[in-house]
Ligand binder design. Structure first.
Ligand code: PSU
Ligand code: MN
Length: 310
C-alpha cells in the first residue's frame, strides 16, 4: 500500500512578511528556535528572540524564525508564537529526522541548526544565523556522538553565520569532518577558529574575509562553480570572550556531570549549556547572547549584500 500525502496535509506556513520578501527578492535571514527553547533560560530567551529579530530588521533584512507549532511548520513567527516557543513546556528539540514525525503527530518543536537549515532552504532562504554549530563530541570515537548539523550542512545550499562550534565539543575532529563533508569555512576578520564562548579555539582557519560584500562574492562564486551543494560557514568570533580559566573549569565539571548523570544524545548540548549558565553565574549567558546578536547582524549584512548583487 502506498501513502500519498497531499500538499494540504503538509502544513507549511510562511508568514506574510517573509512571503512578501521571498516574492520581491528582499534580504531574509533564517533564525533557529532551539536556542530559544533549549539553549537559553527563561525569561531572557524571549527577550533575546525578540531582540535578534529587531537587529536583523535594523540591518535591513527580514527575520524568519523557524519552528513547528502544533504540527504546522512556520517560516517566520508572530510575537505570540515566539512566546509559545519560549515558554511552552511541550516544545521538543527537533533535528531534520524528527520533522515529519512532529508534523504528522501535530506536535510542537523548536528546530536545531540541521532542521532550521533544511526548512529554510525548502522555503527559499539561504542565509542563516545561529549561535554555535553542533559538531563532533569529545569521546565520539566511543559514543559516536556527532551532531546531525554537520551532515545536514553537507547537503544544503545555505550560508550559516556562527561563532564556530561550541567549546564543549572536540573542535579538531569537527574541523576535520567539515573538510570531509566539503562544507566551506571562512573566518570573519580572523584566522583563528572561534570556540563559541572563546574567541580562539586554538585551531586556524585557512580563509579570512573582511566584509559582508566579500562574503556575498564568495556565495556568488559558489553558485557559479557549483560548490553550493553544501553549506558555507562564516565563523564570527564574539567581541568579548568568557574568562578562560573559569571556562575550562566549568567545562570540566560539566562534562563530568553529564557522564555521572548518564546524559546522552540530544540532551548533552542543552545540559552543558545550562550547566555553563548556572555555574558561571550568568557570564556565559551574557556571552551567548552577544554571540547570537552579533551573528544575526552579520547574517543580515550578508543577505543585504547578496540582494544588491542580484
Ligand atoms: N547555539 C546556541 N545554543 C543552542 C544551539 C546552538 O547558542 O542551543 C543548538 C542548535 O540548535 C544546534 C544544537 O543545532 O544546539 C546542537 O545540538 P546537538 O549537539 O544535539 O546536535
Ligand atoms: Mn548529538
Amino acid at each position: 500500500m502506498s501513502i500519498v500525502l497531499t500538499m494540504s496535509e503538509t502544513k507549511f506556513h510562511t508568514s506574510p512578511e517573509v512571503a512578501q520578501a521571498l516574492k520581491s527578492g528582499a534580504p531574509i535571514v533564517a533564525l533557529e528556535s532551539t536556542i530559544i527553547s533549549h539553549g537559553l533560560p527563561r525569561p531572557s530567551n524571549l527577550t533575546v528572540a525578540r531582540e535578534v529579530e529587531e537587529i536583523v530588521r535594523a540591518h535591513g533584512a527580514v527575520p524568519a524564525t523557524i519552528a513547528i507549532l502544533d504540527g504546522v511548520v512556520h517560516i517566520g513567527l508572530t510575537d505570540e508564537q515566539l512566546i509559545e516557543i519560549a515558554n511552552r513546556d511541550d516544545i521538543a528539540k527537533a533535528s531534520s529526522r524528527d520533522l515529519a514525525v512532529i508534523a504528522a503527530t501535530r506536535k510542537s518543536a523548536a528546530t536545531t541548526v540541521a532542521a532550521t537549515a533544511h526548512l529554510a532552504v525548502l522555503a527559499g532562504i539561504h542565509v542563516f544565523a545561529t549561535g554555535g554549530l553542533g559538531g563532533v563530541h569529545r569521546g565520539a570515537n566511543e559514543s559516536f556522538d556527532e551532531s546531525a548539523d554537520l551532515t545536514a550542512l553537507s547537503a544544503l545550499d545555505i550560508t550559516v553565520v556562527c561563532a564556530g562550534v561550541k567549546s564543549i565539543l572536540d573542535v579538531g575532529a569537527t574541523l576535520e569532518r567539515l573538510e570531509t563533508l566539503a562544507i566551506g569555512l571562512v573566518g570573519y576578520k580572523t584566522r583563528a577558529f572561534p570556540g563559541f564562548y572563546l574567541t580562539d579555539s586554538g585551531f586556524t582557519i585557512e580563509h579570512q574575509v573582511e566584509s559582508a560584500a566579500e562574503i556575498a562574492s564568495i556565495i556568488s562564486q559558489r553558485v557559479a562553480l557549483k560548490t553550493n551543494k553544501s553549506a558555507l560557514i562564516i565563523a564570527n568570533p564574539v567581541a568579548e570572550e568568557m574568562n578562560r580559566v573559569r571556562h575550562d573549569a566549568i567545562l570540566k565539571s560539566g562534562l563530568e556531570g553529564a557522564a555521572m548523570n548518564g546524559i546522552t544524545g540530544k540532551y548533552v548540548t542543552p545540559y552543558l549549556l545550562e550547566h555553563f549558565h548556572t555555574a558561571s553565574n550568568g557570564e556565559s549567558l551574557k556571552v551567548n547572547i552577544e554571540i547570537i546578536k552579533s551573528n544575526s547582524a552579520l547574517a543580515a549584512d550578508i543577505a543585504v549584500a547578496l540582494s544588491k548583487k542580484a
